[in-house]
Design a protein around this ligand. Structure first.
Ligand code: HEM
Length: 181
């Protein structure tokens, strides 16, 4: 995963849990990468990200699943601020979401070269409702749910979703019914 994702996790940890917790994680962590993943803009092993979140979970008693969700929620506005051009001209979160797979994740791939974003297919039901298909070897659907929550909040909306099928339960892809209110 790209360094930017690690940097956002670091900001979240410091902002929500404090410098001490971040330092403690650095002290305890045994990262796979040669350089600590929070330092630079390179690509680092996904396992280092999960390792950091697992240490945070042990420290805070919040489950990895819930932390990934909070991470996604926190990450969306940071991504939006880092890449404002992608948000320009949208007033519907669903219209925007449709561009993530075919435009945004492709542009960031061009920019960074070595990113490996998920597949996100959006089937419109109506202007606020869709069926979302998520596929990624990383199976980070809880992070995605958080990103959806952050996306809704960014547009001043709320969202309900039903996770109908889940890769974590062995499905080929996650399928969610989503509705923006
Ligand atoms: C301005 C908006 C966005 C930008 C610039 C962006 C960019 C990125 C980047 C750079 C990564 C890291 C990929 C890697 O290191 O391999 C990533 C991962 C990811 N993105 Fe986006 N993204 C955006 C919005 C969204 C939205 C709205 C969703 C879904 C609701 C989403 C879903 C994901 C997920 C789930 C991952 C984790 C990787 C995985 O599951 O395999 N992104 N994105």
């Amino acid at each position: 995963m790209k360094g930017i994702v690690f940097n956002v996790l670091e900001s979240l940890i410091i902002e929500k849990f404090g410098d001490d917790v971040m330092e403690d994680i650095f002290d305890k962590a045994e990262f796979v990468s040669d350089t600590p993943p929070f330092i630079g803009p390179e690509t680092y092993p996904d396992s280092d990200l999960i390792h950091a979140v697992t240490l945070l979970s042990e420290k805070t008693d919040i489950s990895v699943s819930d932390l990934l969700f909070e991470f996604g929620k926190y990450m969306f506005p940071v991504l939006a601020e880092t890449f404002p051009v992608f948000l320009e001209g949208f007033d519907s979160p669903l219209e925007f979401l449709k561009t993530v797979d075919g435009v945004i994740h492709i542009e960031v791939r061009k920019l960074y070269g070595d990113v490996n974003p998920p597949i996100l297919r959006v089937e419109f039901v109506d202007e606020n409702t869709a069926v979302l298909h998520y596929r990624s070897e990383r199976k980070l659907c809880r992070l995605m749910e958080g990103l959806l929550e952050g996306l809704a909040a960014y547009f001043g909306r709320s969202i309900t979703y039903h996770h109908l099928e889940c890769m974590l339960d062995g499905a080929d892809e996650c399928i969610l019914n989503i509705q923006f209110k």
